[in-house]
Write a protein that binds this ligand. Structure first.
Ligand code: LMR
Length: 394
């Protein structure tokens, strides 16, 4: 029967990861998949994660199933981290999911169950897997303008005009911080304008927040999410712990569905439990338990925050260095936007041909749309990248 299957397009990011592994050049540079690397090229287990795992190993005396939506303590801890009391707790339904991607998938499924004809408005560009999952689920996608190729910033007028066309029953997908793949983000007054548009159109926001703590700080990066959640009647939030806790392979995420009032919460909560049961039954527990242990212990939490700050500042320093190197080499300010971007990624803003040339000629791997993982660089490799960018004529 399986001869009827059609081969599916490879995920661009994961295909690049394989190409990099297969490249025998010793001086190759990986700016592909969104994984943090320290200046020595390692993706370390964070100190607080190791300590929490140790405690869990010592104390855990059963591996029996948790609840269908995971351990309620994990939901409480993550709701605290992301929302910090922005909305009443009794309006928030939540389910643990396998990573942020699991939360995104369950959110789209919930939308489709509630409104089979709903359209999802997505930024142009967005994380490719958003589009892939939406297509797989048969949900109509509407692109809204986002990235301004001339300035390397956000085309906010275009965005506002396009999301203004959404209607009640549609969903507007927003990146809570650290936009993936561009690194270009809205400023606070632009977020306020987005809120006004959502209120006017009645469209439901869905916020994907996968990089809290990687941009301007834990609270700063969640500020827009909190403001939106407090300002609209209903909101979906997909949060990932993969990056900010560095527990990529543990698959740890949380989907939050915020209702207009507490009486509507139960239906949302039951729906999230149903969706978990249909798709994978119980969500993974280990990463969620690690996160809960860290967030609920003052010392571990403080140490995690300190290490996350180191990670954030390392990426910021790389951004600044790269922008400065490019300014010196090009004799122009045209790469200044790299210093303004936030998070793990920046879109360089060049053609797939130039990206290919960087790979073949210089062994530098970035996604074809010229998304670079800034954390793949260090003080020594920044000048190499800067020279290569100028060399290929970007
Ligand atoms: C990325 O965008 O590189 C990460 O979110 C990893 C992934 O799953 O694509």
């Amino acid at each position: 029967m399986f001869e009827t299957l059609q081969s599916q397009p490879a995920d661009k990011i994961l295909a690049l990861m394989q190409m990099y592994r297969d490249d025998p050049r010793e001086d190759k540079i990986d700016l592909g998949v969104g994984v943090y690397k320290d200046p020595t090229g390692l993706t370390p287990v964070m100190r607080a994660v190791k300590a929490a795992e140790h405690r869990i190993w010592e104390a855990q005396d059963t591996k029996v199933y948790t609840g269908l939506v995971g351990d309620p303590a994990f939901s409480d801890a993550m709701i605290g981290l992301v929302l910090d009391g922005a909305v009443p707790r009794d309006t928030v339904a939540a389910a643990a999911t396998p990573g942020g991607t699991g939360a995104v998938r369950q959110a789209f499924e919930m939308v489709r169950m509630a409104r089979p004809g709903a359209r999802v408005f997505v930024s142009d560009p967005t994380w490719p897997n958003h589009l892939s999952i939406l297509k797989y689920l048969g949900i109509e996608v509407v692109n809204y303008r986002y990235f301004d190729g001339d300035t390397g910033g956000v085309d906010f007028d275009g965005m506002a005009e396009d999301i203004g066309k959404a209607e009640a029953g549609d969903v507007v997908l927003l990146h809570g911080c650290c936009h993936n793949p561009t690194g270009a983000n809205l400023n606070p007054s632009e977020w306020d304008a987005v809120i006004k548009i959502l209120q006017k159109t009645g469209a439901t926001p869905m916020i994907d927040i996968a990089y809290q703590g990687f941009g301007d700080g834990l609270a700063e990066d969640a500020a827009a999410t909190r403001k939106i959640a407090a300002a609209v009647p209903e909101c979906l939030i997909a949060a990932s712990c993969s990056k900010n806790f560095g527990i990529y392979r543990e698959r740890t995420g949380l989907l939050m569905a915020i209702a207009a009032d507490p009486s509507a919460r139960k239906l949302n909560q039951d729906t999230l439990a149903f969706l978990n049961r249909q798709n994978y039954s119980f969500p993974p527990d280990h990463g969620a338990r690690v996160v809960t242990t860290i967030l609920n212990d003052d010392d571990l939490r403080a140490d995690w925050k300190a290490e996350l700050e180191e990670v954030r500042n390392t990426m910021l320093a790389i951004r600044t260095q790269l922008a400065e190197e490019l300014q010196a080499l090009s004799g122009s300010d045209r790469f200044g936007f790299l210093g303004q971007h936030r998070g793990m990624f920046s879109r360089l803003g060049t053609t797939p041909e130039k990206v290919e040339e960087l790979r073949t000629k210089h062994g530098i791997y970035m996604v074809g749309d010229s998304r670079m993982n800034i954390a793949g660089l260090n003080r020594q490799t920044v000048p190499i990248l800067a020279k290569a960018i100028i060399d290929v004529g970007i």
